[in-house]
Design a protein around this ligand. Sequence first.
Ligand SMILES: [Ca+2]
Length: 136
Amino acid sequence: MLISRVPVVAVAIVSAAAFSTAPSSAAAIAPRAALAPEVLHIPPTQRSCPPNYICLHQDNNFEGGGYAVLAGYDLNFLGSLGFNDQMSSWRNASSKRYCWYPDWNFEGVARVMRAESEVHALTFEENDTPSSVASC
Ligand SMILES: [Ca+2]
């Protein structure tokens, strides 16, 4: 038992060292590589939303970057994108009705994101609370 633990400790030290010395750009790229094909990263400079996507933005007025979800795809936890409790504005550029939820797994009071519509600023109470989105 003791012998088998030694390599594990060594690996942990190596990855911690690699992480701490990695440039910040590498850390920013890592989550994008794990995105599902139905999810696009929106860079901070992009305010437009691709057709047939639901765009979730970090800041008011579709600013700050965020994520675009292909219509028909449900995301049960925005934290999987590092985007839990972050959304401040959204655009639904699809013909599907969507909802966002304050809790993961589509729990809590659903807020409707009507087809072909947008909200440039969530209310004070709603701001930075969305945790999941789904067609509804
Ligand atoms: Ca925000």
